[in-house]
Design a binder for this molecule. Structure first.
Ligand SMILES: Nc1ncnc2c1ncn2[C@@H]1O[C@H](COP(=O)(O)OP(=O)(O)OP(=O)(O)O)[C@@H](O)[C@H]1O
Length: 424
């Protein structure tokens, strides 16, 4: 398995050592393989301070490492018992954050096949999608990567190994809420399941591997659909040519690519329904941590609560300026856009957001219209207005993204001009 993970000679492995039987056995096996595997070995223990035995666990881990000549790291983390996520989840988050600071190429965990089967069942019963049903992978590339070399072994095999070799380990007596449900599953449900289906554990573990494979394929499909729909800003019309399932899969994939949790299925179902029901309309569809925005044939995701209003930048003739998550390209042209001569004569040209009292005259002889009126007429929804780029020339609005150029700045036929293009 270590070879299959692509562990190169000289790479640093670190066992996440709780002091329980699983990670203690893992430590012993890896210590024996050290010479042949060509990797360096260390272990790290996280002291959560939740149990009165926490100090003893840390010392037991240190002693196991000393006996094997394995470098030992320990971390003390603060876990609030009243954490809104619950002490178990808070401890897990703090533990994983601490472990990811260990200077190593791979962290090795002691999860085994019974853990895998329980994880899958637990997640299915709590409600999960294909991603969650994939449970735990043997190899998770990353920095550091994660390995679970014991995933193919049953708990009983691990305990038998530990007994045969006279290893000592500590027992975790914690019984907080989530543990309680997990323990119920482990001690009451699994034995009944195994009585009826003797191969329940390996079968469930295999199902996890199949879900993981399916999840990988869904990711591949989303990547293809994303590219076909235009990449960064999706083309709504192309997106709607896909089946509902593929649109949902693509949105889910995009949300995860932002490092966020995918929303509940019902939310995605509703969002896709609304996208189809009003294919022309500007929409803001809540999807948990993000909002799916559509406007004029484009579709994109924004953080919930909207994006920060982009900052103003002075223009010194650059070909483009950053604007929020996108940019404004200022392309040279003839007889089009803003008059180059007028811009060159200006004391200051700034790309920034709208300001109070902003108004613009679209044509010679036409009245100056307020920003609000211009937006209303152009059908620009209120939620999009703070994010519109405005080119301000000596205090006057010369161009507003999605609206256009002011009459007094417009380039005459045959004259050199500058055409601003907002690329999101
Ligand atoms: N306090 C700890 N310090 C270091 N490693 C730990 C600690 N607790 C658990 N681990 C590592 O995590 C593995 C799984 O532990 P356990 O089953 O208790 O955690 P879990 O909460 O079910 O899993 P996970 O943290 O992956 O969600 C252990 O075999 C061990 O490798």
């Amino acid at each position: 398995m270590l070879a299959a993970a692509g562990i190169a000679p000289g790479e640093a492995l670190c066992v996440a050592l709780s002091g329980g039987v699983d990670s203690t056995v893992l430590l012993h096996i890896l210590a024996r393989l050290r010479g042949r595997g060509g990797f360096t070995l260390a272990a790290a223990h996280v002291h959560h301070g939740l149990s009165p035995k926490a100090d003893a666990w840390l010392e037991a881990c240190r002693a196991s490492c000393d006996a094997l000549g394995v470098a030992f790291h320990s971390f003390r983390v603060q876990v609030r018992r009243d954490d809104p996520a619950g002490p178990e989840a808070a401890a897990r988050a703090a533990r994983h954050a601490a472990l990811s600071r260990v200077p190593c190429d791979w962290l090795a965990f002691g999860h085994h096949q019974d853990d895998q089967a329980e994880t899958l069942l637990f997640r299915l019963l709590r409600g999960t999608g294909v991603r969650g049903a994939g449970a735990m992978a043997e190899v998770e590339p990353g920095a550091p990567g994660r390995l679970r070399p014991l995933l193919g072994l049953r708990r009983a095999q691990i305990v038998a190994y530990a007994r045969e070799r006279g290893l000592t380990w500590v027992e975790d007596e914690s019984n907080t809420d989530e543990r309680y449900v997990r323990n119920l599953l482990r001690h009451r449900v699994m034995p009944v399941l195994e009585e009826a289906f003797p191969a329940a554990v390996p079968v469930l573990a295999r199902a996890g591997a199949q879900f993981r494979e399916a999840d990988g394929l869904l990711g591949d499909l989303a990547r293809l659909d994303d590219a076909a729909c235009g990449g960064t800003m999706l083309e709504r019309a192309k997106l709607l040519l896909l089946s509902d399932e593929r649109v949902r899969n693509l949105l889910r994939w995009r949300i995860r690519a932002l490092g966020l949790e995918a929303p509940a299925r019902a939310r995605l179902v509703e969002a896709v329904r609304q996208l189809r029901a009003a294919p022309e309309q500007a929409l803001r569809l809540p999807l948990g941590a993000v909002v799916c925005c559509t406007y004029r044939g484009r579709l994109w995701l924004e953080p919930e609560g909207g994006r920060a209003v982009p900052e103003a930048t002075v223009w010194h003739g650059e070909a483009e300026l950053p604007w929020g998550a996108g940019r404004v390209v200022l392309a040279g042209a003839v007889g089009e856009g803003l008059s180059r001569a007028v811009l060159d004569r200006a004391r200051e040209v700034v790309l920034g957001p709208r300001w109070a009292g902003l108004a613009l005259r679209e044509g010679v002889g036409r009245p100056r219209r307020s920003f609000k009126n211009l937006c209303q007429e152009a059908g620009i929804p209120a939620w999009l207005r703070d994010g519109l780029p405005v080119l301000r020339v000596d205090g006057a609005a010369a161009w507003i993204g999605e609206i256009g150029v002011a009459a007094e700045f417009r380039c005459a036929p045959g004259e050199p001009g500058v055409v601003p293009l907002w690329r999101r």
